[in-house]
Design a protein around this ligand. Structure first.
Ligand code: AQP
Length: 332
C-alpha cells in the first residue's frame, strides 16, 4: 500500500509582473516539491483587488502567471493549477473564518499596516481581512504545507490560529498548516534599497528584477544595484546589499557560500556583479524562450485552468459541506 501524499498549496497574486523574489522565495519550492506532494498552485486574483487593478490587465496577468508556472517547470499533469476566483469555496470558507477572526489580531498584521499607509484613498475592508481569505485558501484544501517567503509568515500564523480555533470550537476539522521557507531566499531585497523587500508593485522598476524583463535590462539592473563603499567582499549583516546579491547568486548557481567568497575575495564588486548579471540573464533567457512558446497557446492554458477549476473544487467540496454543517447552516 502506498502512503497518501500530503497536500501542498500556494498562490501568487497577479498584482504586477512577477519578480525573482516571487520565484526564489516561493515558486522554486513548488517546482522542487511537485512529485512529493499533492500540489494545488493558484493565481490569487481575489487577493489582488485589495489594491486597485485595471481589469483587462488583471485578466491578462492571470493567464501570464500560469504560463510562467509552466515555463519555470510546473507540470500540469502532476499539479492542479487554478485561478482562485474559479473555486467559490475560498469565499465560502472566508466568511466562516471571518466570524472567528479577531479585529485586534488583523490590525496587527504588518502587511496591512504597510499597504494601508500607502493607500490613502483605498483604505478598504478587503485589505484588512486579506489574511482571513489567505487562511481560507489554505484551510479549504486541508493543506499540510505552504511554501512562502518570510513576508507571509505572520499570515501563516493567523491561518494556524484559525484552524486551531475552529477545531476547538466545533471539533477537529482542519489540518494545522506548516510553512516551507527557504532560509537564504526567504526575503530577496530591493536592488535600490536593501532594507526593503523586492516587490512586484514597487514603483521604482529598477528595484526589482522581473522574470520577463528584457535581458539587457536585467544585466543593467544588477550592474547598477546599490552595494556599499567598504570594498570588502564578504557575507554579513553589515553589508546587507551585497549579502542580498550573494543570496541571489547562490540561488541561481547552487554553489555554496565558501566557494563564492573564495572566488571573489579581494576583487572589486564590479566583477562579481558582472558575473551575476550574466548568470541571471542566461538562466532567465532559457525561461523566457519557454514562456514565449507557452503564452502563445491560449487554448492549452485555458484548458489547464478549466481542469484546474474542476480539480480544485473536487478537493474542497466535502470539507466545505462539513464546515457549513458544523457551524449550523441548514442543508437539505
Ligand atoms: N522579495 C521576496 N523574497 C522572497 N519571497 C517573496 N515573495 C514575494 N516577494 C518576495 C513570495 O512570493 C509569493 C507570492 O507573493 P504574493 O503574490 O502573494 O504577494 P506578496 O508577498 O505581496 O509579493 P509582492 O511581490 O511583494 O507583491 P505585491 O507588490 O503585489 O505586494 C509569496 O509566498 C511571497 O512570500
Amino acid at each position: 500500500m502506498t502512503d497518501k501524499k500530503k497536500t501542498l498549496l500556494s498562490l501568487v497574486q497577479p498584482s504586477g509582473d512577477l519578480t525573482i523574489g516571487n520565484y526564489l522565495g516561493a515558486i522554486k519550492n513548488f517546482i522542487k516539491l511537485q512529485d512529493e506532494y499533492d500540489c494545488y498552485i493558484g493565481v490569487a486574483d481575489l487577493h489582488s483587488i485589495t489594491v486597485p487593478q485595471v481589469a483587462a490587465e488583471l485578466r491578462k496577468r492571470s493567464r501570464e502567471i500560469v504560463a510562467i508556472y509552466l515555463a519555470l517547470g510546473l507540470d500540469p499533469d502532476k499539479v492542479t493549477i487554478f485561478i482562485q476566483s474559479h473555486n467559490p469555496d475560498h469565499l465560502k470558507l472566508y466568511w466562516v473564518l471571518n466570524s472567528i477572526s479577531y479585529m485586534g489580531q488583523l490590525s496587527r498584521m504588518t502587511q496591512f499596516k504597510d499597504k494601508q499607509s500607502r493607500a490613502d484613498e483605498n483604505n478598504n475592508a478587503a485589505l484588512f481581512t486579506y489574511p482571513t481569505l489567505m487562511a481560507a485558501d489554505i484551510l479549504a484544501y486541508n493543506a499540510d504545507v505552504v511554501p512562502v517567503g518570510i513576508d507571509q509568515q505572520q499570515h501563516m500564523e493567523l491561518a494556524r490560529d484559525l484552524a486551531i480555533r475552529f477545531n476547538s470550537r466545533y471539533s477537529e476539522t482542519f489540518t494545522v498548516p506548516e510553512s516551507i521557507i527557504n532560509e537564504s531566499t526567504r526575503k530577496i531585497m530591493s536592488l535600490r534599497n536593501p532594507e526593503k523587500k523586492m516587490s512586484k508593485s514597487d514603483e521604482d522598476k529598477n528595484a526589482s528584477i522581473f522574470l520577463l524583463d528584457p535581458l539587457n535590462v536585467i544585466r543593467k539592473k544588477i550592474k547598477s544595484a546599490v552595494t556599499d563603499s567598504l570594498n570588502n567582499f564578504d557575507y554579513n549583516d553589515e553589508q546587507i546589499a551585497l549579502k542580498n546579491l550573494i543570496d541571489i547568486y547562490l540561488a541561481f548557481t547552487g554553489e555554496d557560500l565558501d566557494q563564492v567568497l573564495a572566488k571573489y575575495k579581494g576583487k572589486g564588486y564590479g566583477e562579481f556583479k558582472a558575473d551575476l548579471a550574466d548568470i541571471v540573464a542566461n538562466d532567465l533567457e532559457n525561461f523566457q524562450n519557454k514562456y514565449n512558446e507557452i503564452i502563445s497557446d491560449k487554448e492549452r492554458l485555458d484548458q489547464i485552468l478549466k481542469d484546474g477549476a474542476e480539480k480544485s473544487q473536487r478537493k474542497t467540496r466535502n470539507l466545505l459541506d462539513k464546515v457549513y454543517r458544523k457551524v449550523g447552516f441548514l442543508q437539505l
